[in-house]
Design a protein around this ligand. Structure first.
Ligand code: CA
Length: 235
């Protein structure tokens, strides 16, 4: 895919992009699944990152027992996982995230949040950590979508909420499944490899561009816009 000629919006995933929350999510998934006799290593949890809770539970359940997990079990595990996650320290903002968001905003671009998370605590913390960046009408969360990533729906909805089309936006993602969703939505996708995965899985998922961290993307951003002749709009 080519970088948008008329860039108007930047769609940000949340966990592992804006917050360094993935180590806690992976640990919480592992702990709670084991409690119910389901085997999901921390490492594998990173590969499922971005899926809905139901999707992740069904994959692990299905390969052990075949078929889909009973709805009550899904509900129990997801509730326990959320509780477990909330016991960990508050995730910190990803280094470089705030500075990148400020550049995006100052450049007159629309920042949009697109997350599969329904974790109230993190959603609340968004406005606290990144004040004045995301307006509620430019946020897509677990409460908005029917199909989670890797389905393109969350990103298509992000475009719609921003009032832009696919070739007027870029996505910033850290998870293979999130990259798949963005690519399926027809959006130029920048991957940031902020976790333990081999960077190749992000490229195989279809990422157009890859950075080793949010800090690296933040530092490269002015040059990236310049290379594609995008003039930051003056406020
Ligand atoms: Ca993520």
């Amino acid at each position: 895919m080519t970088f948008p000629k008329h860039l108007r919006a930047v769609l940000f995933d949340m966990d592992g992009v804006l917050f360094n929350s993935m180590p806690y999510h992976a640990a919480a998934w592992h702990t709670v699944m084991e409690r119910h006799g389901l085997h999901l290593s921390r490492e594998e949890a990173y590969l499922h990152e971005g899926r809905t809770g139901t999707g992740t539970i069904n994959i692990v359940y299905g390969r052990q027992y075949g078929g889909e997990a009973p709805p009550e079990l899904i509900e129990t595990i997801y509730a326990e996982k959320s509780r477990e996650f909330s016991q960990y320290p508050e995730p910190e903002a990803m280094p470089g995230a705030w500075e990148l968001l400020l550049q995006v905003k100052a450049g007159g671009l629309i920042p949009v949040l697109v997350t599969g998370s329904g974790q109230r605590t993190l959603l609340d913390r968004l406005n606290h950590q990144f004040p004045g960046i995301f307006t509620s009408d430019h946020m897509v969360t677990a409460f908005d979508v029917r199909y989670g990533k890797p389905h393109p729906e969350p990103y298509l909805m992000g475009l719609k909420k921003a009032g832009v089309v696919a070739d007027e936006a870029v996505v910033v993602e850290n998870a293979p499944i999130g990259v798949q969703a963005a690519v399926a939505a027809g959006i130029y996708t920048i991957a940031v490899n902020t976790g333990p995965l081999d960077a190749r899985v992000l490229l195989e998922a279809g990422a157009d561009l890859l950075y080793p961290s949010m800090q690296a993307l933040c530092e490269a951003w002015p040059q990236l816009l310049k290379e594609h002749s995008i003039e930051p709009r003056r406020l």
